[in-house]
Design a protein around this ligand. Structure first.
Ligand SMILES: Cc1ncc(COP(=O)(O)O)c(C=O)c1O
Length: 417
C-alpha cells in the first residue's frame, strides 16, 4: 500500500480533518421568535416581523417591493400568475434546476420550454434561449444555479428584443452579482427561497422582489386568496384566481435573524469555493466550473464534471472513490427536468394532459431525450458538493487532495491499460 492507494481499495483516507461546529439556529433566532410571540399575533398582516423582513430585503437590493411567500415554489407560481398570461403561452427556462422552478407554470396552464445550458458555466445558454422563442413565448426564467449568475445582459437583450418578461430564479444565489449588481435586480420579478438548504433558512418560506407597482399589487393579492390587506379596511373579495401562500410571523422572525448573517455566510462560502477552485486548477480529467463573464458567484455549491473517457471510469465510480476518501461528492438531479413524467408523459391533471392539450399547443419533441444535449451530458457527469459553514481551509484543502488523488489514480490506471 502506498500513499496514493485509494481508500476505496484499502488505502488511507485523504481527508482526516473534521468540520468545525457551528450553530445554524441560535440565540438571535430565539430572540426574534420570542418577540414574534409577544406580539400576540402570528399573522403577517398584523405583526411586524414579516413586514420588517420584506422592508430590509427590498432595501438590501434597492428594489421597491418585496412580497413574502411560503416557499420559492410559491414565489415562482405567484410571479408567473402575476404576469396574467393566457393558457398555452410559453415560458423558457433551464432544464437543470429544482422542480419548483416550473410547477407554478403548469398550474397556470403555461407551457415550460427548456433551453440548453452552457457546458462550462452550467447556466442557460443565451443562444439556445433565443432559438426556442416562438410567437407564444412570453417570459424567460433564468436560474442562477449553484449561486452563479446567468449572463443577465444577454437575457435582458433577448427579452427586450422579443418583448418578454424576465423572472429570475434566485433560490440558490443570494448576493451573487452580475456586472456589480445583485441578482434579483434584473428581472421584472425575482424569486428567492428560505428553505432549509439555502444560504439562509427559516425552514421554509420565499420572497419576491419587483420594482413594478402593478405586479407587486397582483403578487400581494395572489399570496392571500385575493384579499386586499393593504388598508385599514380588510376587503375580503377575490378579483382573480389566487392562492394562500402566506408567510407566518414565526417564519419571518427566524428569517430576520438569518438575514443578519447572510453576508458573512456568503463570504465564508465564497472563500471555501475559491480555495478549492484554486487548488484544483490543472487537474487532468476534470472540467472545473467557469464563471459567467462579469459574474460573481455566491457559491451555494461547487459543480464540476468528469471526463469519463479520459479517466476511464464513470462519474458514479469516481464519486464513490472520492467519498471513500472522506470528501463529499455526488450528482445533482438525475436527469433534466423535462424527462420527468409531468413533461415526458404529460401526466398532469387527470387524463387531460393540460396544458399540452390546449388548442394551438404543439409539444412535438420538446420534452424528448436529446433536446438539451449539454444538460443531459452534464447531469450524467457532474460532481458537486455544497459549501457549508462547517468547512475550514484545512478541510477544503483535503477535499482537493482527495479529488486529485482519485483523478491521478484513474489517469495512471488508464496509461497502464
Ligand atoms: C433553483 C431553485 N428554484 C426553486 C426552488 C424551490 O424552492 P422551495 O423549496 O423554497 O420551494 C429551489 C429549491 O431547491 C431551487 O433550488
Amino acid at each position: 500500500m502506498t500513499a496514493d492507494t485509494l481508500a476505496l481499495l484499502g488505502g488511507l483516507k485523504a481527508v482526516t480533518a473534521s468540520p468545525r461546529s457551528f450553530v445554524r439556529y441560535g440565540d438571535a433566532e430565539l430572540e426574534q421568535l420570542k418577540e414574534a410571540l409577544a406580539q400576540g399575533t402570528l399573522f403577517y398582516a398584523h405583526g411586524k416581523k414579516v413586514k420588517e423582513l420584506c422592508a430590509r430585503f427590498a432595501d438590501m437590493h434597492g428594489v421597491a417591493h418585496c412580497i413574502p411567500t411560503s416557499s420559492c415554489t410559491a414565489s415562482l407560481h405567484v410571479a408567473v400568475a402575476a404576469l396574467d398570461l393566457e393558457p398555452g403561452d410559453e415560458i423558457i427556462t433551464a432544464p437543470i434546476t429544482d422542480m419548483g422552478t416550473v410547477l407554478g407554470m403548469l398550474w397556470c396552464q403555461l407551457v415550460p420550454i427548456f433551453a440548453d445550458v452552457d457546458p462550462d458555466t452550467h447556466l442557460l445558454d443565451p443562444a439556445s434561449v433565443e432559438a426556442r422563442i416562438t410567437p407564444r413565448t412570453k417570459a424567460i426564467v433564468p436560474v442562477h444555479m449553484a449561486g452563479t449568475p446567468c449572463d443577465m445582459a444577454a437575457m435582458r437583450a433577448i427579452a427586450d428584443k422579443h418583448g418578454l418578461a424576465i423572472i429570475e430564479d434566485c433560490a440558490q444565489s443570494y448576493l451573487a452579482e452580475f456586472s456589480g449588481k445583485k441578482v434579483g435586480t434584473f428581472g421584472e420579478l425575482s424569486c428567492f427561497s428560505i428553505n432549509e438548504y439555502k444560504h439562509i433558512s427559516c425552514g421554509d418560506a420565499g420572497l419576491i422582489l419587483t420594482n413594478d407597482d402593478h405586479l407587486a399589487s397582483r403578487c400581494r393579492l395572489l399570496i392571500d386568496k385575493g384579499y386586499d390587506r393593504s388598508g385599514l379596511l380588510r376587503i375580503r373579495t377575490t378579483p382573480f384566481l389566487a392562492m394562500n401562500y402566506r408567510m407566518t410571523e414565526l417564519q419571518g422572525a427566524v428569517a430576520l435573524a438569518q438575514l443578519d448573517k447572510l453576508e458573512s455566510i456568503v463570504v465564508h462560502y465564497r472563500a471555501m469555493y475559491d480555495r478549492f477552485h484554486a487548488a484544483m486548477q490543472g487537474v487532468e480529467g476534470l472540467h472545473l466550473p467557469v464563471e459567467t463573464l462579469r459574474g460573481r458567484t455566491s457559491a451555494w455549491f461547487y459543480m464540476m464534471r468528469i471526463d469519463e473517457a479520459k479517466l476511464g471510469v464513470t462519474r458514479d465510480w469516481f464519486a464513490e472513490a472520492v467519498r471513500a476518501e472522506g470528501a463529499p461528492g455526488g450528482g445533482y438531479i438525475p436527469f433534466p427536468i423535462y424527462l420527468n413524467d409531468i413533461f415526458a408523459n404529460q401526466a398532469t391533471l387527470g387524463t387531460s394532459h393540460l396544458p399540452y392539450s390546449l388548442p394551438g399547443v404543439e409539444i412535438g419533441d420538446r420534452y424528448a431525450e436529446g433536446v438539451c444535449p449539454n444538460a443531459e451530458m452534464l447531469l450524467k457527469t457532474c460532481l458537486n458538493f455544497s459549501m457549508s459553514l462547517g468547512q475550514t481551509e484545512e478541510l477544503v484543502d483535503q477535499y482537493a487532495t482527495a479529488y486529485k488523488k482519485v483523478a491521478a489514480y484513474c489517469m495512471k490506471q488508464k496509461s497502464c491499460v
